[in-house]
Design a protein around this ligand. Structure first.
Ligand SMILES: C[S@@+](CC[C@H](N)C(=O)[O-])C[C@H]1O[C@@H](n2cnc3c(N)ncnc32)[C@H](O)[C@@H]1O
Length: 307
């Protein structure tokens, strides 16, 4: 299946193996019925359980509707020819890597995530998953990958960590001539109604309490690519009215619900009130003509690379 063809994913069953059951694993903690990573609590605040896996799948499907492709960098010919190594950073439930592996059977795909929520059984032979924390030095040698893909991760980390640590390490393991691509949802929508605006303010506050200024990430992205000596930088942005895509409204609801504990933490709003706010906010999306915004940034490591 090529870059621009529709790819309905077939992996939902494989992904159902993620357990919601409480266990004594010291990696996790529980709030009510949701499972979270203890270690990543400082920045990353979404749950990691079966419901979250469903949410990731929904988000993945919505992003597919937006872009109609799993990547924008000019890498298709190389992936088709085969032998290319591809890394999906913070792969989550592994959907992207699984779809890409079946689209490009002659290339090799590796997904890494701090939470072992990727599939561990039936998989195409050209995919592997590995548990690792991207806030530590990545366990790959220099120049290992032709293409590095990062979807829905940067917004959770402070700019300083991205700038000084994560991005340079990603560039280190990228091959000269290879491409790096970041895809993130903008936390702010276009034409937010008053209830949506309130939720966005709660989200901004929560990010700020973790030292994260998401807007700065986007404003600084070109500089980040430049500073790391990457070339052919491009960014792209698409906005889609919620009215055009019912799935996007479901995605809105499930994403805010997944953030319930984090967003109520500093707000004085109870969990029940929060759920009601989210339901009411979702009803505002169509009358307010609200649109969500998805962004991409990509660039290439030159053949002769010298930092
Ligand atoms: C919003 S999900 C996106 C998952 C996937 N990229 C997708 O688009 O479906 C973010 C992922 O980042 C992972 N993550 C958070 N902090 C991490 C870290 N320090 N190292 C590796 N993965 C991390 C989470 O476990 C989660 O699976």
């Amino acid at each position: 299946m090529g870059n621009n063809e529709s790819t309905p994913n077939n992996y939902s069953k494989t992904l159902k193996q993620i357990s919601n059951g409480k266990d004594n694993n010291p990696l996790f903690k529980y709030k009510d019925d949701r499972k979270f990573l203890k270690k990543a609590d400082m920045y990353y605040f979404l749950p990691i359980d079966e419901l979250e896996s469903d949410r990731m799948q929904l988000r993945h499907d919505v992003e597919w509707h937006v872009w109609r492709t799993n990547f924008s960098s000019p890498i298709e010919t190389t992936l088709k020819l085969g032998g290319a190594q591809v890394l999906d950073v913070a792969c989550g439930s592994g959907l992207w890597a699984l779809e890409m592996a079946s689209d490009y059977p002659l290339s090799e795909f590796v997904g890494v995530d701090v939470a072992p929520i990727f599939p561990s059984d039936v998989m195409p032979s050209n995919v592997t998953f590995k548990q690792c924390d991207v806030l530590e030095r990545l366990p790959f040698s220099d120049c290992s990958f032709y293409y590095i893909h990062i979807k829905d991760l940067f917004q959770y980390f402070p700019s300083k960590i991205i700038r000084d640590q994560l991005f340079p390490d990603l560039v280190r393991i990228l091959k000269p001539g290879g491409w790096i691509e970041i895809q993130d949802r903008d936390p702010n929508m276009i034409n937010a109604g008053p209830i949506c605006k309130r939720l966005e303010d709660m989200l901004s506050l929560s990010f700020l309490n973790r030292g994260i200024h998401v807007k700065n990430h986007y404003d600084d992205m070109e500089k980040l690519f430049e500073k790391n000596n990457l070339i052919k930088y491009r960014s792209d942005k698409k906005s889609i009215p919620y009215a055009d895509l019912d799935l996007a409204i479901q995605d809105f609801l499930s994403t805010y619900k997944a953030m319930k504990f984090t967003l109520t933490e500093y707000s004085g709003v109870t969990a029940e009130e929060f759920e009601e706010i989210v339901e009411n906010a979702s009803k505002e999306l169509i009358p307010s003509n609200s649109e969500f915004v998805s962004r991409k940034y990509f660039g290439q490591k030159p053949m002769i690379y010298d930092i």
